[in-house]
Write a protein that binds this ligand. Structure first.
Ligand code: MF3
Ligand code: CO
Length: 321
C-alpha cells in the first residue's frame, strides 16, 4: 500500500486523481460527434469520413462493445501533430546527448539543470518541467534511491558509484516530448549496473509489444515480468502517459497490467514507457518538504528509462529516448 504522505505528492502521475479518468469507451469529447459518410473526417485530413477514419471507428467501436477500453479521438494524433512532436523530440534527444557528454563525478545536479536549460533554449525549445505545477527546475535528476522527480540542487554532488536518472521534457511550438536515461557515475557496483541494465531491458521488451490493435497491458506485462524475473519490483503508483499536445495526457500507462487488458493501441497514439524499477521493495514515499521527490521506502536504489513511442499502421516507432 502507498503510504498516505505519498498521495498528495504524486500530482498528475497517478490514476486516481481525476486527471486520467476519461479512459472510458466513447467518453472523449469528440466521440459524441456523429459524422455522416460524406462529412469531413474528424482527424483534420480534409478527406470525407467514409474515405478516412470511418472503417477505423467502426472497428474501434466493435472492440469497445467487446468490453475493452478504447482510445478517445483526442488521443489520436494527425500527421501534422506527429511532425511537430517529432521536432520537439529532436531537441529532447539532443539535450540528453549533451548531458551524456558532460556528466561526471564531482558536478552538482544544478549544473545538469543549467545544461538542460541552455541546450533546450539554444535549440528554440522550452524545458517543459520549468514551472509545471510549481516544479522549480528544468529537468528531474533522481539519484540512487530517488525514484523520480529529484530536484536539481547546488548541494547534490554526483559521486563515483552513483546512478542517476535525468528526465528531460521539451516544448517546441506547443508540442511536447518526454524521455529519460540513466547514467552511471564512474565505476558503479555490479548490483547497481545490473539494475540499470534490467530497467533498460524492461523498456525494450515493453516496446516490442507496442503495435496497433494490441493492448497496453501487453506492454505492461512484458515490463513487469522481466523486472520481477530479475528479482526486482516495479513502482505501481506512478506510470507513463499520453504526451504530445500536453505534457501529460490520457491514457495513464501501468506496468502492473496483464496481456489483453488496459487500453487498445491504435495508429496515431503517442505515449511514454517509463517503468521505475526498484532493487528492493515496491513501496515508495514522497518528500514531505518539496512535495515532489519520490524515494524508495527501503532506501534501496531505483532505476528508470523512459521512451516516447508512436503507434504506427504496422508497428511502432520510438520518437524520443
Ligand atoms: N518527465 C516526467 C515524466 O516522465 C515528469 C516530470 S514533471 C516535473 O512524466 F514537473 F517534475 F518535471
Ligand atoms: Co513521462
Amino acid at each position: 500500500m502507498m503510504v498516505a504522505k505519498a498521495v498528495a505528492g504524486t500530482k498528475k502521475f497517478t490514476r486516481k486523481n481525476g486527471f486520467f479518468d476519461q479512459n472510458v469507451p466513447g467518453q472523449g469529447k469528440m466521440a459524441q460527434m456523429k459524422l455522416g459518410r460524406n462529412d469531413k473526417c474528424w482527424c483534420g485530413s480534409g478527406k470525407k469520413y467514409k474515405q478516412c477514419h470511418q472503417a477505423f471507428d467502426t472497428k474501434i467501436m466493435r472492440i469497445a462493445e467487446e468490453g475493452h477500453i478504447v482510445p478517445a479521438r483526442e488521443m489520436i494524433k494527425n500527421p501534422d501533430q506527429i511532425a511537430g512532436i517529432r521536432q520537439s523530440a529532436k531537441i529532447n534527444i539532443a539535450v540528453l546527448d549533451y548531458v551524456a557528454e558532460h556528466i561526471h563525478a564531482g558536478m552538482s545536479t544544478e549544473e545538469i539543470d543549467k545544461m538542460v536549460y541552455e541546450k533546450t533554449t539554444a535549440m528554440g525549445g522550452i524545458p517543459a518541467p520549468l514551472h509545471y505545477e510549481g516544479y522549480p527546475k528544468s529537468v528531474c535528476t533522481s539519484v540512487n534511491e530517488q525514484v523520480c522527480h529529484g530536484i536539481p540542487a547546488e548541494d547534490v554532488i554526483l559521486q563515483e558509484g552513483d546512478i542517476i536518472n535525468v528526465d528531460a521534457s521539451t516544448i517546441l511550438n506547443g508540442y511536447f516530448s518526454d524521455s529519460s536515461r540513466m547514467f552511471c557515475v564512474g565505476e558503479v557496483s555490479p548490483e547497481k549496473k545490473r539494475l540499470v541494465d534490467v530497467a533498460k531491458e524492461c523498456v525494450e521488451l515493453g516496446f516490442k509489444e507496442v503495435k496497433p490493435w494490441g493492448y497496453l497491458g501487453d506492454m505492461g506485462q512484458a515490463v513487469h515480468d522481466h523486472a520481477y524475473a530479475s528479482g526486482y519490483t516495479v513502482v505501481r503508483e506512478i506510470g507513463g502517459h499520453g504526451v504530445g499536445l500536453e505534457f501529460h495526457e490520457d491514457p495513464w500507462v501501468s506496468y502492473n497490467s496483464r496481456q489483453g487488458e488496459e487500453m487498445l493501441m491504435v495508429p496515431g497514439m503517442i505515449f511514454t514507457i517509463e517503468p521505475m524499477v526498484n532493487m528492493g521493495g515496491v513501496e515508495i514515499y514522497v518528500d514531505e518538504v518539496n512535495d515532489w521527490t519520490v524515494y524508495t521506502e527501503d532506501g534501496m536504489p531505483s532505476a528508470q528509462w523512459e521512451i516516447m513511442v508512436l503507434v504506427t499502421e504496422d508497428g511502432a516507432e520510438i520518437l524520443s529516448y
